[in-house]
Design a protein around this ligand. Structure first.
Ligand code: KG4
Ligand code: ZN
Length: 362
């Protein structure tokens, strides 16, 4: 079964073709990073407009690269939740229109769950250069989903059968990366720039507190962001009333790298501790990480050291937003759920994974 996956929930317009939920035939991602970098973050109206401009060429390119035409495509999957409403609408409208036009079954999927399904892509055609995990994860599977909008631990008993163990009570970890980068004067998006600056920094230069929460699987990152802000203010000798956007100019390169490394270490070790605890309690057969922050090398290293099992990580290109993860999840959903009528397709900007366990319908 060949599925076209469409993704437009935030600031990447993406489409991909995946065969049987495991073989990647093409993946095209048009990032808006350059456009939003000017503003230091995603501007929703600008994001929606950019999606409109490129969605058709991106889909066309994905089909061309995979060497497929409409006769070859068996289904269309699209991320309809969660995300920015204007952005989601563009992908969904494109998917619904194409489904009607070409008479293809349509599967709306959850973006964060899609991130997790990137780990099931294990084969590829020759036009894809990055390497993939050797085998698909086994169930029961523990997933750490960490992106710009989400930080959550999910326990999967099987495809579509899962429950949320815990999630962030305030900022997502990716959001903390982005906000701390701003404080340190590092370019948007913050995650990759913090990771780069941290390479030359000392992770023990500054000690930041970890949030103490009653529930071991909940996260809180807004306190960590404030702790970094206060430490930077102390370091440069100003009080808390000093404008945060003027702090970076007073940091030298060594201080900047040390702050980046210390923040990165604390944020990642918080994620790793919770994941290890869940591993010990639920004894999953496999552990996967997903979402933009899963691209972070230090997180991968800390996790590999902490866990007694090996993780076969997905390539970075499939950790950040892409259409392949959506096509893959769409394939698995197509095995058990009925397609959605294109006229009934809705976007759900705040839908939690808690409300979408589709495997329960079998
Ligand atoms: O999954 P994603 O591409 O989009 C959302 O669904 O949010 O994740 C984007 C987030 C951003 O916060 C970005 O700063 C972060 O992932 N990110 C990283 C890295 N690459 C992207 N965070 C840490 N280290 C990275 N290498
Ligand atoms: Zn994402």
């Amino acid at each position: 079964m060949i599925v076209l996956g469409i993704e437009s929930s935030c600031d990447e317009t993406a489409a991909a073709i995946v065969r049987d939920g495991r073989e990647l035939l093409s993946s095209v991602v048009q990032s808006q990073v350059d456009i939003h970098a000017e503003y230091g973050g995603v501007v929703p109206e600008v994001a929606a407009r950019s999606h409109i401009e490129v969605i058709n060429p991106v889909i066309r390119q994905a089909m061309q690269q995979a060497n497929v035409d409409w006769d070859d495509i068996d289904a269309i999957a699209v991320a309809n939740a969660p995300g920015l409403i204007g952005s989601l609408l563009v992908g969904c409208l494109a998917a619904a229109t194409l489904a009607k036009l070409h008479d293809k079954p349509l599967y709306p999927v959850h973006h964060v769950e899609g991130h997790i399904y990137a780990n099931f892509i294990t084969e590829k055609s020759d036009n894809i250069s990055y390497s993939l995990p050797k085998a698909a994860p086994q169930f029961p599977m523990l997933a750490l989903a960490v992106s710009g909008l989400h930080s959550q631990l999910v326990m999967f008993e099987d495809h579509g059968k899962y429950h949320l163990l815990g999630e962030t009570l305030d900022d997502a970890v990716g959001e903390a990366y982005d906000k701390v980068a701003k404080i340190l004067g590092l370019p948007y998006p913050g995650g990759p720039s913090i990771a780069k600056a941290a390479l030359t920094g000392d992770p023990n230069a500054y000690q930041f507190p970890r949030a103490r929460l009653q529930d071991p699987y909940s996260f809180s990152f807004s306190g960590l962001k404030t702790a970094v802000l206060r430490a930077v203010q102390r370091e440069v000798g100003v009080d808390h009333t000093f404008p945060s956007f003027e702090l970076a100019a007073r940091l030298d390169d060594v201080q900047q790298a040390n702050f980046a490394a210390s923040f990165q270490y604390t944020a990642n070790s918080t994620l790793v501790r919770a994941t290890l605890k869940a591993y010990e309690e639920f004894k999953p057969a496999s552990v996967v990480i997903a979402g933009g922050v899963a691209a972070n090398t230090d997180l991968r290293e800390q996790l590999s050291q902490a866990l007694p099992i090996t993780i076969d990580y997905a390539p970075i290109q499939l950790c950040t937003d892409n259409g392949a993860m959506i096509a893959t999840l769409g394939y698995y959903q197509a095995q058990v759920v009925a397609p959605t009528n294109p006229d009934d397709l809705e976007v759900k900007p705040t839908l939690s994974m808690n409300e979408t366990a589709w495997g329960a319908t079998t």
